[in-house]
Design a protein around this ligand. Structure first.
Ligand code: DND
Length: 228
């Protein structure tokens, strides 16, 4: 089977997961894993799984950003990034991918996503998952205070940023915005999308850093080999 066939199959499997989920989403806890995912890697997946288990979340919705306004560099085509998230989640019934930000033409802000999620999943409780770096930058996000009103936030540790620093930031956010936010220690995986792109630029290995299908997709589509 070619990688394009596997993407098509992943799309259908994901559509079925979404349909089933939307019919049965009352009084459930949904974790949201938003990201540029350029590319998605095992630290994203392990963090999401660890938090799903720790917080007894029913499902994790992966939401790849369409046009992330916070990224200054040129990012990879959104459909490639979306396809790689599909390929990464095909084997996990608890992981579902949403294309709501991919479909949005304008800049993708979390506040718009949370409002949309609240309309779709009316009686669900929403937990937005962020890594330590994202939580430290959260005050630069659009309508930061409103984000905190619409969702609980979970800030995961990430190599290089101590739990102490995260907890100081959380205290500050709670004081300023009355934010519902908690930190969680997740097993450290010192992997980043930047590191993976650099490895690819240097024609070096990315094996065991990303799911095999993602690696195959990257090589097949020849992304990340043009100095970006
Ligand atoms: P990133 O571009 O940082 O995602 O975006 C994270 C989320 O923030 C997305 O949903 C964005 O839409 C939202 N955001 C950012 C800026 C402004 C606004 C919204 C706004 O509304 O104004 P990455 O693909 O880089 O990473 C995805 C997640 O995984 C992040 O939370 C990151 O911290 C985390 N992560 C790790 N966590 C633990 N260990 C590692 C990690 N690598 C990435 N090794």
């Amino acid at each position: 089977m070619t990688i394009n066939n596997i993407v098509d199959e992943s799309f259908i499997i994901n559509q079925n997961k979404l349909k089933k989920f939307e019919n049965k989403c009352d009084n459930i806890k949904i974790g949201i894993m938003g990201g540029t995912f350029d590319p998605i890697h095992y630290a994203h997946l392990a963090t999401a799984e660890f938090i799903r288990d720790s917080y007894k979340l029913d499902k994790i919705l992966f939401i790849p950003s369409g046009n992330p306004p916070h990224k200054k560099r040129k990012i990879t085509d959104k459909y490639h990034r979306y396809n790689m998230v599909l390929l990464s989640t095909i084997n996990n019934d608890n992981f579902i991918v949403s294309d709501m930000e991919i479909k949005r033409e304008k800049s993708t802000y979390t506040i718009d996503t949370l409002k949309q999620l609240k309309q779709i999943y009316i009686n669900a409780e929403i937990y937005f998952i962020t890594g330590a770096d994202a939580i430290c930058d959260i005050e630069t996000w659009k309508d930061v205070e409103e984000n905190f009103k619409l969702a609980n936030f979970i800030a995961a540790t990430r190599p290089g940023i101590s739990l102490l620093k995260i907890n100081e930031k959380i205290k500050d956010l709670k004081d300023k915005y009355n934010a519902n936010i908690e930190s969680i220690y997740v097993p450290s995986l010192d992997i980043s999308s930047t590191y993976i792109r650099n490895q690819l630029n240097k024609n070096k290995t990315i094996r065991y850093l990303v799911p095999e299908l993602v690696q195959e997709y990257i090589y097949n589509k020849q992304i990340y080999n043009n100095g970006e």
